[in-house]
Write a protein that binds this ligand. Structure first.
Ligand SMILES: *Cc1c(COP(=O)(O)O)cnc(C)c1O
Length: 406
C-alpha cells in the first residue's frame, strides 16, 4: 500500500486569521544584530517607525508601541483613560468582544454588554439609542471591535462615531483594530476614535509580540483624571521617551526592524491598494463558498470582512475534524471556530502578505479537504474564485486602458 508521507515539503499554508505569513523581506530585516537601544542609531529607527505608523493609522496624533500581544494594548487603552467603577458600553459581536469585556471586568469597570448573535456587527442605531437614554453621561466609553476575527464580521466605525455625536454624548470611542489595521480601510482621526488598539501579527505581517495604541488629544487629556492603576502601560513616560525615538524600557528591537520593513512594504504598495487587494481576495473567497453551497457566517453583506471569511459547517459535520484533514493532507492551517462556534465554523484568513495564487492554493486545499472529510458540497468553488479573480483583473485592466487613452 502506498503511504503518503506527512513530512512537510514545500511551504506550509498558514491561512488562519493571524498570525499571518511573514514575508521574507521582514524575516531578513529581523535577522540583524540587536543594537544599543540607547545609542544614536536606535533613535532614528524609533522616530521613523513612529512616524510611519501614524500614516497607517491615518492619524496626526500620538501612537505608542508596546512589546506585548494585542491583549496588552487592550489593557493599556483602559487603564490610561478610566477609573474604577466607570461604566462602559460594549457589544457582543463575538469571541474577541467577549474577551475584551472580561478584561474590563477584571480591572473593576462596569460593563454594559449588549447581546448579539455573532453574525452581525455593532448596530449604530443601538449605540445612539443607548447613549441618548444616558442623560447623566454615566457611560465613559464605547468599546467596539472593528473586525470580529471570530466571525468575519466588520462593524461600521464611522457610523458608530456619527451615532455618538447624534446622541450628543461625551463618551470616549475605543476601537480594537487588531485584525483590521493595514487590511481594511480605517481612519483614526477622520472617524474621531479616541483610542485605537492594534497588534503586529495580522495585517502588519509581523510575528506576534508588538501592539499599539493610537491616542486622541481627548483621550490623552483624560489621563490626568483616570484612576485605574497603571505602570507598565502608562502612556506618559512612553510618550516622553518617544519624542526622541526612545522607549522607557527595553524595546523589542528586532521586531522594530521588522516593523520598519513592514511599513516600507505597505507604503510602497499604497494603503488604498492594500485595502483593494484584501477586498478582492475576500470577494473571490465568498464566490468559492457560494459555489460549494456552504453558508457564510456573516449575515449582512454590508459587514463582510475583507480580512477573513468564517464558513458554517453543514449540520452533523465537525469543523475541527475537517481542519485536521486539511492540515494532514495539504499542510494547510485554517482557523478554528472559537468558544460557542467551536466545531461549527472554520475560518479562512486572507489577510496580510497574500496574493492570487496563495488564495488559489488555500481554496484548492479547502475543496480537497471537503472531499476527503466527506463534507457534502458542490464542486467548482476554486473555479468560481478563479473566475472572480480574472474578471476583477479584466475590469482593473479596462479602467487602466481608459485612463491611458484619456
Ligand atoms: C487576535 C485578536 C486579539 C488578541 O490579540 P493577542 O495578540 O492574541 O493578544 C484581540 N482582538 C482581535 C480582534 C483579534 O483579532
Amino acid at each position: 500500500m502506498i503511504r503518503f508521507s506527512n513530512a512537510p515539503s514545500g511551504r506550509h499554508f498558514l491561512q488562519i486569521p493571524g498570525p499571518t505569513n511573514v514575508p521574507d523581506r521582514i524575516l531578513r530585516a529581523i535577522d540583524n544584530p540587536t543594537i544599543d537601544h540607547r545609542g544614536p542609531e536606535f533613535g532614528a529607527l524609533g522616530r521613523k517607525v513612529l512616524a510611519d505608523l501614524k500614516t497607517v493609522f491615518r492619524t496626526s496624533q500620538d501612537v505608542v508601541i508596546y512589546p506585548a500581544s494585542g491583549t496588552g494594548a487592550w489593557e493599556a487603552a483602559l487603564v490610561n483613560t478610566l477609573s474604577p467603577g466607570d461604566r462602559v458600553l460594549m457589544f457582543e459581536t463575538g469571541h474577541f468582544a467577549a474577551l475584551w469585556r472580561e478584561l474590563a471586568l477584571r480591572l473593576g469597570l462596569e460593563v454594559e454588554f449588549v447581546a448579539g448573535d455573532w453574525r452581525h456587527g455593532v448596530d449604530p442605531a443601538l449605540v445612539e439609542a443607548r447613549l441618548a437614554e444616558d442623560r447623566r453621561h454615566a457611560i465613559r466609553a464605547v468599546m467596539v471591535v472593528h473586525n470580529e476575527t471570530s466571525t468575519g464580521v466588520t462593524s461600521r466605525v464611522a457610523a458608530i462615531r456619527q451615532a455618538i455625536d447624534a446622541a450628543g454624548h461625551p463618551a470616549l470611542l475605543m476601537v480594537d483594530t487588531i485584525s483590521s489595521l493595514a487590511s481594511i480601510d480605517y481612519r483614526h482621526d477622520e472617524w474621531g476614535v479616541d483610542v485605537t488598539v492594534a497588534g503586529s501579527q495580522k495585517g502588519l505581517m509581523l510575528p506576534p509580540g508588538l501592539s499599539f495604541n493610537a491616542i486622541s488629544k481627548k483621550a490623552l487629556a483624560g489621563q490626568k483624571t483616570a484612576r485605574l492603576p497603571r505602570s507598565y502601560w502608562d502612556w506618559a513616560p512612553m510618550l516622553a521617551a518617544n519624542k526622541t525615538g526612545y522607549f522607557p524600557y527595553t524595546p523589542a528591537t528586532n521586531l522594530l526592524y521588522g516593523l520598519h520593513e513592514a511599513l516600507e512594504m505597505l507604503l510602497e504598495e499604497g494603503l488604498d491598494n492594500v485595502f483593494a487587494r484584501h477586498d478582492r481576495h475576500a470577494e473571490a473567497t465568498r464566490s468559492a463558498v457560494r459555489a460549494w453551497g456552504l453558508e457564510i457566517l456573516c449575515a449582512d453583506p454590508a459587514e463582510y470582512s475583507s480580512a477573513l471569511t468564517a464558513i458554517v459547517m453543514p449540520a452533523g459535520h465537525d469543523a475541527d475534524a475537517f481542519r485536521k484533514v486539511t492540515l494532514e493532507a495539504c499542510d494547510l492551517s485554517l482557523g478554528a471556530g472559537l468558544s460557542k462556534l467551536a466545531g461549527k465554523v472554520f475560518r479562512i484568513g486572507h489577510l496580510g502578505s497574500f496574493n492570487d495564487l496563495m488564495l488559489m492554493g488555500t481554496l484548492s486545499g479547502v475543496e480537497m479537504g471537503l472531499s476527503l472529510a466527506g463534507v457534502p458540497h458542490e464542486k467548482g468553488g476554486a473555479q468560481a474564485a478563479m473566475d472572480c479573480l480574472v474578471a476583477s483583473r479584466r475590469l482593473a485592466g479596462d479602467a487602466a486602458d481608459t485612463r491611458s487613452v484619456a
